[in-house]
Write a protein that binds this ligand. Sequence first.
Ligand SMILES: C[S@@+](CC[C@H](N)C(=O)[O-])C[C@H]1O[C@@H](n2cnc3c(N)ncnc32)[C@H](O)[C@@H]1O
Length: 259
Amino acid sequence: MKWDPAKYAQFGDYRDRPFFDLTARIHADNPRLVVDLGSGPGNLTATLAERWPKAQVVGLDSSPEMLAQAGGRRATTPNLSFSLADITAWVPPEEADVVVTNAALQWVPGHRELLPRWLDALRPGAWFALQVPGNFNSPSHTLMRGLAESESWSGRLSGVLRHDGVVGEAAEYLRIMLDAGCDADAWETTYLQLLPGENAVLDWVRGAGLRPVLAALSGEDARAFEAEYSARLTEAYPPSVHGTVFPFRRIFAVARKRE
Ligand SMILES: C[S@@+](CC[C@H](N)C(=O)[O-])C[C@H]1O[C@@H](n2cnc3c(N)ncnc32)[C@H](O)[C@@H]1O
């Protein structure tokens, strides 16, 4: 499934803000190696390289399209690099003092089983910070799934959308981190995103949650699905003179391995 970096970067401020809310809770002074798992277009990874200029900052991602976009940032930031890698096979190197993963683990089935292993491998004092969307039961997702499972679409879209247990609740990440011998802090925030333009919510999900559906359908079918879905979205998220309010819940957890 291909990622479109330009589409993903649309609504940059709303997509970026949770990253800064997350990383504000990391209090590492002088990390040697900082790893960003699922670094995407790399703009946020670059801010880690600026924050810790003495650290080596490495972004890992499995999408060649995203890496191509990220690669251009290396020239201006010498302590920043990116590599093609699958998060599921990643093992923390000994010198990893900070690990960040923002809006990526929802694409990694089984990440809650990987998390204790990653935390176990980190040295005392190291940080692990994660953020995942917590909106799988919001109308934007339930309407998409309802339509995909309807009689007219299920033949073409069966099994394309995952839903049950894609991410944990904040309390679950907190427990995993505490069980792994970390001090931990977990919370959730619902951002009331005010989106501009017509079909604002459709435009938002095109850059992320709707991608598996669009990838599974031909051009004509994709357009027909979008038209039906868009009508349902407009009912659930009515536009106002100020724009369309799109509440987006996100889940955060930050661990520091106890010394
Ligand atoms: C929604 S984007 C988030 C990008 C970036 N962290 C940000 O916050 O802007 C999710 C990224 O996770 C990457 N990803 C998904 N599954 C992955 C895996 N198994 N291994 C590595 N990267 C993965 C995708 O390629 C994509 O670039």
